[in-house]
Design a binder for this molecule. Structure first.
Ligand code: GLU
Length: 494
């Protein structure tokens, strides 16, 4: 049997990284098993559809490298891939269930139901449309056939699943094992809504079956739906696929699920791509593979200390048996660390070719050689590609001030005199490559701590103690600019 999995988002907004993690696990499992990943758009809740969300989903998956094998834009043999275009399919299937008495029409109006609910509340009970009361309500199970026929043609109705009480629903989740639910706890779920559209439960099961899905890998928030889904499979006498419910992605601090708000509050993205003014991981300068590596670890780990896995390696080590039950805390600093590792090992040519928007901070008036050199000395300091903008400022602007704390600390060693020595070398056009050995020689008499010599030079060139190797910086700046900065510092000191 060939493996078929699906990612089934509702286009109610942009994909959250939790959704991307689900898509990633599906993708890895499909590819490992030479199977297929299907993208199905679950758009039956017409009121919640958000414009552009569907195209956002496809774009985001494609940026992440999780391209589905079948989708609305790349239909295979199991389409349509948008649920809103499959109404006829659900209609055929519901008729079958109604005929067999496994589902029924319910004509109760929302007003009638809320009145009943209130009555129950007064008695301190909770109303649940089901075995206990369905024969007293307004539905096809207790109305004469003629009336039902008439009502179906004349008034709005929903179709409900008939859930028998006193049964044990046994479901299996590959992450959590067997779970048993008493059918008495489940109400007669609506399968078809008054607008003729199926509910999530009904459409989801029908489509998973018809699309020959073998494994359902989805977020833990869907685990409570599993019993209902099992009942629908049973009603059709279908064998359910295998299920894996992935642990929640939790807030960095405190309890609960990671939300868009947490991102806004703590200043990190939660979407792969920008959405309505909020930057995504892409705009921050994440490499998609680094993000995938990080997300893979939110709910799984290989059981070794190894952490860096590109897509190929992930494909070889990922193992659904090692998916964890417990929620995984989102940690933006850790995500950045993964990105840093990938940036360190990614050929600079690839960065220039694929992420040109981040290289705009290196003026085109510079030679390509200079742009390459700047990237190369800053590369090890990048956690996000957007860091390049602030880090490269040292090559664009002479320092406007000097770190006063450092200055006062080294004052006793006369930084002015040290810098004068560098000025001398610059004026004599001594190659910057030789500065280090020459300054060592000069220091034989001076006997200054070498650290202070370097700090003086660094202050003069960039104004503080941060940044890459200072001789590398001087070489990129060139003799003229270096001399200008040295002299500026020299004159600044009294
Ligand atoms: N449409 C559901 C969602 O938005 C799909 C859940 C499932 O995978 O069954 O996540």
């Amino acid at each position: 049997m060939s493996i078929r999995v699906r990612f089934a988002p509702s286009p109610t907004g942009p994909l959250h990284i939790g959704g991307i993690r689900t898509a990633l696990y599906n993708y890895l499992f499909a590819k490992q098993n030479k199977g297929r990943l299907i993208l199905r758009i679950e758009d039956t809740d017409q009121n919640r559809i958000v414009e552009n969300a569907e195209s956002y989903i496809e774009d985001a998956l494609s940026w992440c490298g999780l391209v589905p094998d079948e989708s609305p834009s790349k239909p295979g043999n199991f389409g349509p891939y948008r649920q809103s275009e499959r109404k006829h399919v659900y209609q055929d299937h519901i008729e079958k269930l109604v005929k067999e008495g496994k589902a029924y029409y319910a004509f109760d109006t929302p007003e009638e139901l809320s009145k009943i609910r209130e009555d129950y509340e007064i008695r301190k009970e909770t109303f649940k449309y089901g075995a206990e009361n369905r024969m007293t309500l307004n539905n096809s199970l207790n109305l004469p056939e003629e009336t039902v026929k008439k009502l179906v043609n004349e008034s709005p109705y929903v179709v409900r699943l008939r859930v028998d009480k006193g049964k044990t629903i046994k479901v299996k989740d590959r992450v959590r094992g067997y779970i048993e639910i008493n059918s008495g706890e489940v109400d007669d779920k609506i399968l078809i809504k008054a607008d003729g559209m199926p509910t999530y439960h009904f459409a989801n099961v029908i489509d998973d079956h018809l699309m020959k899905i073998t494994h359902v890998i989805r977020g833990e928030e869907w685990l409570p739906s599993l019993a209902v889904h099992q009942l629908i499979y049973d009603a059709f006498d279908w064998i359910a696929p295998e299920f894996m419910h992935l642990p929640l992605i939790l807030k960095p601090q405190g309890k609960g699920k990671l939300s868009k708000r947490d991102g806004e509050k703590l200043g990190f993205p939660v979407f792969p791509l920008a959405w309505e003014g909020s930057e995504g991981f892409k705009e921050k300068g994440f490499l998609p593979e680094a993000l995938m590596n990080y997300l893979a670890f939110l709910g799984w780990n290989p059981g070794t200390n190894e952490e860096i896995f590109n897509m190929d390696k992930l494909l070889s080590v990922f193992d659904t048996e090692k998916i964890q039950k417990g929620g995984a805390k989102f940690d933006f600093e850790k995500a950045k660390w993964f990105n840093h590792k990938f940036l360190e090992s990614t050929d600079q040519k690839i960065i220039f070719e694929h992420f040109p928007e981040f290289l705009e901070c290196l003026p085109v008036s510079w030679s390509q050689k200079k742009r390459n050199a700047v990237y190369s000395v800053l590369k090890d300091r990048l956690f996000l590609l957007e860091d390049l903008k602030s880090l490269s400022l040292i090559f664009l602007e002479d320092p406007s001030e000097y770190d006063s704390k450092v200055l006062s600390k080294i004052q006793k060693n006369n930084p002015k005199k040290i810098v004068a020595q560098f000025c001398k070398m610059a004026k004599e056009e001594v190659s910057i490559k030789d500065w280090k050995s020459k300054i060592h020689k000069w220091n034989k008499n001076e006997k200054l701590p070498f650290g202070v010599i370097m700090q003086s030079l660094r202050l003069a060139i960039i104004g503080n103690l941060k940044g890459p190797d200072i001789f590398d910086v001087c070489e990129i700046l060139g003799n003229q600019v270096t001399l200008r900065r040295l002299e500026k510092f020299y004159h600044h000191q009294n």
